[in-house]
Design a protein around this ligand. Structure first.
Ligand code: SF4
Ligand code: SF4
Length: 446
């Protein structure tokens, strides 16, 4: 057997992810908390449209960088990527076919507000098996609180029209729900709406954390909340309660039918598998952002001059991803963890979450603790018992959804199988609540 030769300088050392933004920060909506709208100031006077020449350069480099990889994801985000028009994405698919290596599996993804989708769009998305992420923040009353059009009007009706169109064309999609001050107290209402009204099978919750100093207060209208964050920002404890409440419903009736990204990530952590979300990984730096003009940034959350790695016109994508600067960026996630995190019992699952949210002091006064820490501590502690049960089942070669039967099957006065020490009837056999508890109230199981 011969030793493999040196890899070409245009091939990355391992898989990585790119979020490409063909319209830069430009969007047809004006969501109050969108951190990307303010990025327009980085490129004054720009048209914010990826040219066909750059599209060609980008995709060629992406596939060169993944030479030898069995799978490649081609991901589009914004701003609003559908503003490029369906013709641009037809060219995307053509170029991908031109550059993909024989036998390589390609995953197309696009994240959209869904308001501009048409039959023509959905035909393309269905034909090429795109996974479409649609931003919805809950029932219309909650969704429309911060997600406005350019005139300040509501957007939920337009989003739902687009979502129904995707469903009619059987396009695979997931729901991306930001959690913020307006919906943080309504986890059951939000989750049940997705599951029962929208028929969602894949849901990801994303906490809104807007710093007044770093984000400039976000878009106009941001008032000042606690700890230097806007008043739209999710409260740490509320974030933990939100996840724990949804988890309690999910683990008792939806395992195997609804997939919640945070719960899948937690299960990976309890099973000792690699993190499925960068925010819960020990190190990061393998997910760069490519702008409309080919500028490459360390991460979608660090699109600023300090984290500009270079431009695809002059430097190859693989070299930028493997550059010492980018490696240092990714390792800093681990190396800058305060002692409070290093000694935390749920560090293995949390890993201090995303560095962008690490701007508060620990109880000892060390800098660099995550704003959401209190929520993560309570959420990960809350799911510990059921996660152990799930892992046990999987290690026995059984299916994850059997956990629902195990929890329901105990005698009511016996200890709950989750290991909490409480009787089953007072733990995972308590009737599920009909509605959310009043805002700020903690359920006694949390
Ligand atoms: S900075 Fe945050 S969002 Fe970006 S790659 Fe690291 S963990 Fe992920
Ligand atoms: S829960 Fe808090 S202390 Fe523990 S790792 Fe996460 S951010 Fe750090």
């Amino acid at each position: 057997m011969t030793e493999p030769g040196p890899r070409a300088a245009t091939t990355a050392r391992g898989p990585f992810h790119v979020l490409a933004k063909p319209t830069g920060p430009i969007c047809n909506l004006d969501c109050e908390y969108c951190f990307f709208l303010a990025k327009e100031a980085l490129y004054p006077g720009d048209r914010f449209r990826m040219s066909d020449a750059l599209l060609d350069t980008y995709l060629r480099q992406l596939f060169e960088a993944h030479d030898g990889a069995t799978e490649v994801t081609v991901a589009w985000q914004g701003g609003e990527p559908t503003l490029m028009g369906v013709g641009f994405f037809r060219r995307v698919v053509e170029r991908v076919e031109q550059y993909r290596r024989p036998g390589q599996q390609v995953h197309h993804t696009i994240q959209t507000n869904a308001t501009l989708l048409t039959d023509a769009w959905c035909e393309l998305l269905a034909e090429h098996d795109f996974l479409v992420g649609v931003s919805v923040d809950g029932p219309p009353e909650l969704h429309d609180r911060y997600r406005h059009d350019k005139r300040g009007g509501p957007t939920s009706a337009h989003v739902l029209r687009g979502l129904r169109l995707l469903q009619r064309h059987e396009v695979e999609h997931n729901i991306l729900c930001t959690v913020h001050a307006a919906n943080q107290g309504r986890p059951l209402e939000v989750y049940r709406y997705f599951r029962d009204e929208l028929g969602a099978r894949f849901v990801q919750f994303i906490p809104i954390v807007e710093r007044l100093d770093r984000d400039g207060g976000g878009a106009p209208g941001a008032g000042e909340g606690a700890a230097g964050v806007t008043d739209r920002t999710v409260e740490p404890e509320a974030w933990g309660r939100f996840l724990s409440t949804v988890f309690d419903e999910w683990v008792r009736r939806d395992v195997g039918t609804v997939f919640v990204t945070q719960f899948e990530a937690a299960l990976a952590a309890w099973a000792g598998l690699p993190a499925s979300l960068c925010v819960f990984a020990e190190t990061c730096g393998r997910a760069v952002a490519v702008g409309h003009n080919g500028d490459v940034y360390s991460c979608d959350h660090f699109v600023d001059p300090e984290h500009l790695l270079g431009n695809l016109a002059t430097e190859h994508l693989a070299r930028l991803v493997e550059s010492p600067r980018q490696v240092a960026f990714g390792q800093a996630k681990r190396d800058t963890l305060p002692r409070f995190c290093r000694e935390c019992p749920v560090r293995f699952a949390c890993q201090g979450e995303c560095p962008k949210n690490r701007f508060v002091a620990t109880p000892e006064g060390d800098p660099g603790l995550n704003h959401l820490c209190a929520g993560y501590r309570s959420y990960f502690a809350h799911v510990d018992g059921p996660m152990r049960l799930l892992v046990d089942l999987l290690r026995q070669g059984r299916h994850a959804d059997e956990v629902m039967g195990v929890l329901a099957g105990a005698r009511r006065n016996d200890p709950c199988p989750c290991g909490s020490g409480r009787k089953a009837k007072a733990c995972h056999q308590r009737p599920l609540p009909d509605t959310d508890l009043p805002s700020g109230a903690a359920c006694d199981a949390c």
